[in-house]
Ligand binder design. Structure first.
Ligand code: HEM
Length: 63
């Protein structure tokens, strides 16, 4: 809820700034094997994952 991480890494704009959006979208859809990050491809399409990444990189309005 704070995007600051805990079990997973921080998803705040400064943490994602230098990361490639295609790679981040792939992480969301495929998950990261051997970590708690689950794959979301069963319900998040590639355009939706890219939308999520771009919004996370831009930051949310209330932050
Ligand atoms: C739709 C919901 C989710 C989104 C959009 C999302 C997004 C992401 C992204 C973008 C990363 C890569 C961050 C980076 O490399 O800097 C990541 C990593 C990670 N996420 Fe998620 N995540 C979601 C749900 C979850 C859930 C439910 C869990 C665990 C219960 C989780 C655990 C993790 C962990 C442990 C990593 C780090 C994996 C590693 O060691 O490389 N995520 N997540």
């Amino acid at each position: 809820m704070t995007l600051k991480g805990g079990l997973g890494p921080s998803l705040l704009p400064e943490s994602l700034r230098d990361q490639n959006e295609t790679v981040l979208a792939r992480i969301i859809r495929d998950g990261v094997l051997g970590t708690p990050m689950p794959p979301w491809a069963f319900e998040i399409s590639e355009p939706e994952a890219l939308w999520l990444v771009r919004n996370l990189k831009d930051g949310l309005d209330d932050q």
